[in-house]
Each structure stands twice: as structure tokens, then as C-alpha cells.
Design a protein around this ligand. Structure first.
Ligand code: MV4
Length: 447
């Protein structure tokens, strides 16, 4: 087992990793920017190193400075959290060269899933359902027209170096294809330094349902059922829950088996997530694989009664996966509490938090690095807390979330609490009758 883990991240996830490491008897090192000196994750770590200025590229994204902190503190493993360097193959490679264990999969696996065409081709070969589309890269407009005609409109153009919704273009008929193809390639080049785009059948009003997986270094893999992440806005998740109100035992079994197949196809190790699009007929298609721990891992922890960070550390340390089937119990919902103004298009609202009182009680969990007097820096993302509830079923979980949101006091900055409170009373949300287009017609004007 590791002696000392350096956490190459900040905020609630840094704190989350420190908590589990402490319970495992592993020492922790926080690295932080000058904007985070007084943050709780720095205070609760056994050691800390200031690695640079407030902007991410001069601290949390600076691999040299992080490796210098590894040398100074003699850490033997790095936990990358999510975001920042968590899915940076080069960083995983550098860790390997330094002989420090990157808590996650290998650089090769990160790279293979980072390029979306490569990922899709791998999954198709492995027998995992993929969305009908072009065979790999589209080389020219002629090929795009041929493929689109074969697949049938509407189609969607995606950047192979993209993911998470960046650089996508929807095309309804052939006359829109030329312009969309040129713009998509240009945008992909500008954003990712790679102009490669591919084409897919557009799945209308899909659900975003993802399967949590865990795999050891010896070829054993299991799935930990699903999360429904369909409540999103501009590709930012707002609410996640487990299990999905749309998934029955039969579908769970099929999607779980496909996710395990996906892991085995690439010899995956660590925890990870297979994202699927699910249409209204319950057809599901591989979309992307996330090779990191995710923000919403908490709802899986709640219904599985399992510490996923501990599992991730154990897999990295070479432990064998002994259990091959898990089943969810009860229901869990997470609301992302962001310092944003929902009435102003969810505009970020950094600043000093003068009052901060979190809800408590049975089945209520709050993961946060914030306390009264904390100043939210403008340099990072605006999530300040995750409010997670667990109850015996979905209606009870929603009732608990309503009660918990009523107890959440944040003064000094605008937050998404009022949005979530309204959502918990929404008829369609309560019926479980929603897809990824849900937020398009949600009224935010009275928040
Ligand atoms: C799609 C799609 C419909 N059809 N692909 C958005 C994020 C990126 N990972 C892929 N995305 C989508 N891909 C096909 N062929 C619809 C989306 C999409 C979406 C997916 C998941 C969650 C929210 C979404 C919101 C808009 C569009």
C-alpha cells in the first residue's frame, strides 16, 4: 500500500481524497495555488506545498511544479481528482517515469479513450453498441455527404479530440452539411489542435445514462450499476441520481454487461465510467469513457455502500477485485450547488461567503470545502458543494432533498439552491419523465 499520496487537485475533491487516505492510514500532501492557501484541503492534509499563482496553468496544470512537490515530499502516489490533469496521458506517463503511481489507468488507456474515433472503433470491435456513423474520420465533403445519406438525417458532426459536447454540430438536411463540416473542422483545430471530425446519426431526446465500472490489474472487471445524468445545461450536469428512473433490471443487466465488455476490451484498470446515450425505445449506445473519478461518484457510493476513492486506491495498489456483482439499494440524488446566478443564465458569482450552514440529518451528505468566511476564487469552476441524499426510494429521496435544500443557507453569493428547490417540485422531474432536453424549457425567470 502507498505511504503518501499527493493530491494534484483542489476544492471538495481534494478534501474527499484526504478523508479516505486518512481512514486508510496513508499520509497526504496538498499542492495548492496562492489563491487556495487558506482552503480546508490545505489545512487537513498532512503536508502542503504552494506550487504557484492562482491561474490553473501556473499551478494545478503545471506538471513540472507538481513533480517538484513529489520530490520534496517523497510521495509515492498521485491522486489527480477530476478535471485538471486527471485525463492527461502525458502526466500519467511522467508519473510512471518518476516511479510514482498515478492513481488511475495507464497513459495508453487514457489516450485510447481520449481520441473519440479510436474509442468508438475499439468499442465497436468489442461488440459494444455504438451510434451508426462514418467509419472513422471524414476526409472531405463528398465522403460526408455519402455517409450522411446512408445514415439518414439528422446527423451530428463531432470532433475526435473533443468530448463533453465541445465542437459538435447538428445538421438537418444535406444543404447544411458543407457549412457545418467546414465550421466543425475549423473549431476542432482551434480548440484542440486537431481538425478531425466524424459523423453520427443524431439521437433525438436521449437520456444520458452512465455505468460506473471497477477493474483490477489482473483482468477482472465489474459494474456498479448506473447514474442518470440527463439533467444538464450546456453540457454542465446539474443533478445526478442512482439508480435511473428509466432503467429496469433487464436494461441494467444489458448495459452492465456491455460496460464490462468495454473494460475487458482495453484491459482497463482502476475505476471508470462508460457513458451511454439511451433513446426512448431503450436502445443504448456507447458515447465516451471517462477514465477518472467523477463529480457524481457519490450517488453510486450511497446506493452501493462503497467508498469509490478507497476502491480506486486499492486497485492502483494492485489489490484483486474479489466481488463480481453488486446491486443498488435505495435511491440517491446529488444536487450540484454552484456559486452561480440561475436567473442570469447561471453566470458565475465568485466572492466572499458570509454565512454557510449545510443541511444535516439522516441520509444527508454534503461534500464541500467551503465554510463561513470563505472567498470563492474567480479562477476555478463554480461548484462550491455537492448535496447528496439517500433514502429507500425515489419519492422519499426527493422529499429528503426538498427538506435539505430548505436548510441550506448560503449568504454573500448567489447559488443554484433555489433552482434545485424548484426542480424538486417539478412534475416531470417527479415522474422521472425527462431527457437531456429537459432544461431547454425549464422556466428560470422567477429564480
Ligand atoms: C449526441 C447526441 C445525439 N446524437 N450524439 C453531448 C455531449 C457529448 N458527449 C455528446 N453529446 C451528445 N451526443 C448523437 N449521435 C446528443 C448529445 C447531447 C447530450 C448528451 C448527453 C447529455 C446531454 C446532452 C445535451 C445535448 C446533446
Amino acid at each position: 500500500m502507498f505511504r503518501k499520496i499527493l493530491i494534484a487537485n483542489r476544492g471538495e475533491i481534494a478534501l474527499r481524497v484526504i478523508r479516505t487516505a486518512k481512514e486508510m492510514g496513508i499520509k497526504t500532501v496538498a499542492v495548492h495555488s496562492t489563491a487556495d492557501t487558506d482552503s480546508l484541503f490545505v489545512r487537513f492534509a498532512d503536508e502542503s506545498v504552494c506550487i504557484g499563482g492562482p491561474r490553473s496553468n501556473e499551478s494545478y496544470l503545471d506538471m513540472q511544479r507538481i513533480m517538484a512537490a513529489v520530490e520534496i515530499t517523497n510521495a509515492d502516489a498521485i491522486h489527480p481528482g477530476y478535471g485538471f490533469l486527471a485525463e492527461n496521458a502525458e502526466f500519467a506517463e511522467i508519473c510512471a517515469e518518476y516511479g510514482v503511481k498515478f492513481i488511475g489507468p495507464t497513459a495508453e488507456m487514457i489516450r485510447g479513450m481520449g481520441d473519440k474515433i479510436t474509442a468508438k472503433t475499439t468499442m465497436k470491435k468489442a461488440g459494444v453498441p455504438v451510434i451508426p456513423g462514418s467509419e472513422g474520420l471524414i476526409k472531405d465533403l463528398g465522403k460526408a455527404k455519402k455517409d450522411a445519406a446512408r445514415i439518414g438525417y439528422p446527423v451530428i458532426l463531432k470532433a475526435t479530440a473533443g468530448g463533453g459536447g465541445k465542437g459538435m454540430r447538428l445538421v438537418w438536411e444535406e444543404k447544411g452539411l458543407e457549412d457545418a463540416f467546414n465550421k466543425a473542422a475549423q473549431e476542432a483545430e482551434a480548440s484542440f489542435g486537431n481538425p478531425g471530425v466524424y459523423l453520427e446519426k443524431f439521437i433525438e431526446e436521449p437520456r444520458h445514462i452512465e455505468i460506473q465500472v471497477i477493474a483490477d490489474q489482473y483482468g477482472h472487471a465489474a459494474h456498479l450499476s448506473e447514474r442518470d445524468c440527463s439533467i444538464q445545461r450546456r453540457h454542465q450536469k446539474l443533478v445526478e441520481e442512482a439508480p435511473s428512473p428509466f432503467v429496469d433490471d433487464k436494461l441494467r443487466k444489458k448495459m452492465g454487461a456491455a460496460a464490462i465488455k468495454a473494460c475487458k476490451a482495453i484491459g482497463y484498470e482502476s475505476v471508470g465510467t462508460i457513458e451511454f446515450l439511451v433513446d426512448k425505445h431503450k436502445n443504448f449506445y456507447f458515447m465516451e469513457m471517462n477514465t477518472r473519478i467523477q463529480v457524481e461518484h457519490t450517488v453510486t457510493e450511497e446506493v452501493m455502500d462503497l467508498d469509490l476513492i478507497r476502491a480506486q486506491i486499492n486497485m492502483a495498489a494492485g489489490e484483486k477485485l474479489e466481488q463480481d456483482a453488486w446491486f443498488p439499494h435505495g435511491h440517491s440524488i446529488e444536487c450540484r450547488i454552484n456559486a452561480e446566478d440561475p436567473a442570469k443564465g447561471f453566470a458565475p458569482h465568485p466572492g466572499r461567503v458570509s454565512q454557510f450552514h449545510t443541511p444535516k440529518g439522516h441520509g444527508v451528505r454534503v461534500d464541500t470545502h467551503v465554510s463561513a468566511g470563505y472567498s470563492i476564487p474567480p479562477y476555478y469552476d463554480s461548484m462550491i458543494a455537492k448535496l447528496i441524499v439517500r433514502a429507500k426510494d425515489r419519492p422519499s429521496a426527493i422529499a429528503k432533498m426538498r427538506r435539505a435544500l430548505d436548510e441550506f443557507i448560503v449568504e454573500g453569493v448567489k447559488t443554484t439552491v433555489p433552482f434545485h428547490r424548484k426542480l424538486m417540485d417539478d412534475e416531470r422531474f417527479n415522474e422521472g419523465n425527462f431527457d437531456t432536453s429537459f432544461m431547454n424549457d425549464f422556466d428560470l425567470s422567477d429564480l
